[in-house]
Unconditional design. Sequence first.
Length: 76
Amino acid sequence: MEKVHRRLVLDGIQVHLIDNDPPEITRNKFPLRRPSAHAERELRLYDWRVFYTVTDDGELELVNLKLLIDGEEFEL
């Protein structure tokens, strides 16, 4: 993964989930229609998706910082 894409995703996580209210519902940040055992919410950053959960005590849990693009896996 190119450094610019990695930076874009990490900056998006910082802006939307760390600096702002993670449970807030926006056009690109919302609860999953069918929450799984792994995540309850989704953040859309261009073509990427960040799945996360906000715990009862308000802590943010990112599910996975890996991307799968065209069958190739990238760690962030």
